[in-house]
Design a protein around this ligand. Structure first.
Ligand code: AP5
Ligand code: MG
Length: 191
């Protein structure tokens, strides 16, 4: 089983690289951002509540994320070679909750892959995506806030996995294929 976490600042390429990883290693992609955006599109109560956090660049409450994620793991990950978690865990409390959840499911996190991308490149990618994405958080003001939240809340998750010897930093600058090559080397060393 390969249970991979892909982590990094907004716009670092988590979604883009997850699509390639899923195809090559037949894993199930679970993106908490995508799960929330599905709820927003459905106009569910949860979606409406989540949108007020997302559009401001804040994290949605942990409980909401844990409910939605454990349900998705339960429903979507039967008979697969493993999972790729994209956008989760987003703070140390979520990392601890994930450990508990994995123990309960008799699974284990294989590795956290942390994509490193320069700040200006992140902003350029997100503003470009914002021209067509329709995402309420792809604008300059919200991007700045997301980058702040990443630094204060999400970056410390790296230390959590470093202590467990389950951490790999990857240079996320360059072409999509170059970055995927770097990620594949790490995953292949864990199989
Ligand atoms: P989420 O959906 O996770 O967004 P994010 O972390 O801000 O990251 P993005 O999805 O914007 O970027 P990405 O890293 O996936 O990059 P992508 O591949 O798209 O979360 C959104 C919000 O939901 C959060 O702010 C929060 O409110 C809430 N949320 C989600 N999870 C949560 C949690 N666990 N707890 C609490 N709240 C949570 O690439 C970006 C762009 O760059 C694309 O256009 C792509 O085509 C392009 N690109 C990719 N790679 C390259 C490359 N190498 N060169 C040039 N362009 C590239
Ligand atoms: Mg994404």
């Amino acid at each position: 089983m390969l249970n991979i976490i892909i982590c990094g600042a907004p716009g670092c390429g988590k979604g883009t690289q997850s699509d390639l990883i899923v195809e090559k290693y037949t894993l199930k992609h679970l993106s908490t951002g995508d799960l929330l955006r599905n709820e927003i599109a459905k106009k569910s109560t949860l979606g409406k509540e989540a949108e007020s956090f997302i559009s401001k660049g804040n994290l949605v409450p942990d409980k909401m994320i844990l409910d939605i994620l454990s349900k998705a793991i339960d429903e979507q990950t039967k008979d697969c070679n493993g999972i790729i978690l994209d956008g989760f865990p987003r703070n140390v409390d979520q990392a601890e909750a994930l450990e508990e959840l994995m123990t309960k499911l008799k699974k284990e996190v294989t590795i956290l892959i942390d994509l490193h991308v320069d700040n200006q490149e992140l902003i350029d990618r997100l503003l470009k995506r914002g021209e067509t994405s329709g995402r309420s958080d792809d604008n300059m003001e919200t991007i700045k806030k997301r980058l702040e939240v990443y630094k204060s809340k999400t970056a410390p998750v790296s230390d959590f996995y470093k202590k467990k010897n389950k951490y790999a930093a990857v240079d996320g600058m360059g072409t999509i294929d170059e970055i995927f090559g770097r990620i594949s080397n790490i995953i292949d060393s864990k199989r």
